[in-house]
Design a protein around this ligand. Structure first.
Ligand code: NAD
Ligand code: IPM
Ligand code: MN
Length: 364
C-alpha cells in the first residue's frame, strides 16, 4: 500500500523520537512491501520560531490531505511568555480541532518485563489492560475565549459541550467496549457539574443500544483513586477532555513510565493523528536519553487504525516487547539490572527485533 504520512516532530524530545518512528516505519515498509511517503511540517514552538504561529496554514493543509499524521510533542519553557494564542500548545489543540479528531484512544497495557518497573506493587498491576477514551475537541479546552477581568484579578474559563459531542464519543466508547471485555466505566463529576449530569444522561440513553455492555458511573476523584488501587477492574473508561488528560498521565505509572504510552486521535472516517501521551520533556531534551517507545507504539496504532495493517502493527508491538524482555530500557524506567541505553540504541534494538521473525509473545 502507498500512504502519505505527515510528520510533525514539534519541540524538545519530539524531534528525537520522531526519527525513531520514521526508522521503524521504513523497516516495516520494506518488509511488507509498502510505500510510506513522509512530509515533514512545523508545529508548536518550532513553528512559532520559524513562522510566527504555532500552527502554520501549510501544516493544516498538508495534514488535511494526508492519510495519517504522526506528532512528536510540543511546548517548552522557551515559549512560556509568548501571548496565549501563540503558545506551542495552541498548535496542538488547533490541529485536533481543525481535523475534527474528537476521540482520543489511550491504551494502557503493561509489558511483562516492566511489571517490576512500576512504583505500584506487581500484584496490583498484573492483568490490567485499560483503554482510556478521552473526548478531545470540547470542554474547558475549547470554551469561550478565556478572559481576565477586574484588572486581571478574576478569570473565566468555560466548560462547554453539546449533546451531539457527547453522543459521538460515548458511542465510540460503547463500540470499543463491545469488542473488548464489554465493561464501560464512564467518569464524570455529576455531583457538581451540570455538564457531567448531561454526560451521564447521554451514557444512560446510549446504553440501551448496547445491552451486552455493562456500564458503571464513577466520579472522577474516586476514579483517580481506583486507577491505582485496583486498575484491573477497568476495561474501557470514557471521559471528557480535561479529566481524560489527567487520568491518562496517572494511569501511565502502571506501565512503568509516561514514556511508554501511545495514543490515537481519530474521527469517524478513520483519519487520525498519532502521538505519544507525554510532552516535550524539556528536562531531558537534547540529551539523547528519551524513551522512544511511546512514539514507536503510536506509529503502530497508526498502522492499525488508519491503514488497517494489523499484522504490521502487532509486529512492532512484539518487537518492542522483545527488546524489553532482552533487558533494554531507557533511563525513565526504573530498572536495576537491565541494559540501560539511550534513544538511538533503544531504537536500534527495536529495529533488530523487527527483522527477527521468530518472536511471538507480546503484552501480559
Ligand atoms: P512531559 O510529559 O513533557 O514530562 C513529564 C516528565 O516525564 C518529565 O520528567 C519528562 O522527562 C518525563 N518524560 C516524558 N516523556 C518521556 C520520554 N519519552 N522519555 C523519558 N522521559 C519522559 O510533561 P511536562 O514536563 O509537564 O510538560 C513539558 C511541556 O510539554 C509543556 O510545554 C507541556 O505543555 C508540553 N506537553 C505536550 C504534550 C504533547 O505535545 N502532546 C503533552 C504533554 C505536555
Ligand atoms: C496531552 C497534552 C495536551 C493536552 C497539552 C500539551 C495541550 O497534555 O496531549 O495530553 O492537555 O491535551
Ligand atoms: Mn496530557
Amino acid at each position: 500500500m502507498k500512504k502519505e504520512i505527515v510528520l510533525l516532530p514539534g519541540d524538545g524530545i519530539g524531534r528525537e523520537i520522531m526519527e525513531s518512528a520514521k526508522e521503524v516505519l521504513n523497516v516495516i515498509a520494506s518488509k511488507y512491501d509498502h510505500e510510506f511517503i513522509f512530509h515533514q511540517h512545523a508545529i508548536g514552538g518550532d513553528a512559532f520560531d520559524q513562522f510566527g504561529t504555532p500552527l502554520p496554514k501549510d501544516t493544516i493543509e498538508a495534514s488535511q490531505q494526508a492519510d495519517a499524521i504522526l506528532l512528536g510533542a510540543v511546548g517548552g519553557p522557551k515559549w512560556d511568555n509568548v501571548p496565549a494564542n501563540n503558545r506551542p500548545e495552541k498548535g496542538l489543540l488547533g490541529i485536533r480541532k481543525e481535523l475534527g479528531l474528537f476521540a482520543n484512544l489511550r491504551p494502557i497495557q503493561g509489558f511483562k518485563a516492566l511489571l517490576h518497573a512500576s512504583p505500584l506493587k506487581q500484584e496490583i498491576i498484573e492483568g490490567s489492560d485499560i483503554l482510556i477514551i478521552r473526548e478531545l475537541t470540547g470542554g474547558l479546552y475549547f470554551g469561550q475565549p478565556s478572559e481576565r477581568r477586574d484588572n486581571g484579578n478574576s478569570v473565566v474559563d468555560t466548560l462547554a459541550y453539546t449533546r451531539e459531542e457527547m453522543e459521538r464519543i460515548v458511542e465510540k466508547a460503547f463500540e470499543s467496549a463491545r469488542i473488548r471485555k464489554k465493561h464501560l466505566t464512564s467518569v464524570d463529576k455529576a455531583n457538581v457539574l451540570e455538564s457531567s449530569r448531561l454526560w451521564r444522561e447521554v451514557v444512560e440513553e446510549k446504553s440501551k443500544d448496547y445491552p451486552d455492555v455493562t456500564v458503571e458511573h464513577l466520579l472522577v476523584d474516586a476514579a483517580a483513586m481506583k486507577l491505582i488501587t485496583n486498575p484491573s477492574q477497568f476495561d474501557v473508561m470514557v471521559t471528557e477532555n480535561l479529566f481524560g488528560d489527567i487520568l491518562s498521565d496517572e494511569a501511565s505509572v502502571l506501565t512503568g513510565s509516561l514514556g511508554m504510552l501511545p495514543s490515537a486521535s481519530i474521527r469517524s472516517d478513520g483519519v487520525g493523528l498519532y502521538e505519544p501521551v507525554h510532552g516535550s520533556a524539556p528536562d531531558i531534551a537534547g540529551k539523547g536519553i528519551a524513551n522512544p517507545l511511546g512514539m514507536i507504539l503510536s506509529a503502530a496504532l497508526m498502522l492499525r487504525h488508519s491503514f488497517g495493517m494489523e499484522e504490521e502493527a502487532s509486529k512492532i508491538e512484539k518487537a518492542v516487547n522483545e527488546c524489553l524482555e532482552q533487558g533494554y530500557h531507557t533511563a525513565d524506567l526504573n530498572i536495576q539490572n537491565g541494559n540501560q541505553v539511550g534513544t538511538k540504541e533503544m531504537t536500534k534494538a527495536v529495529l533488530e527485533n523487527l527483522t527477527n521473525d521468530s518472536i511471538s509473545s507480546t503484552y501480559v
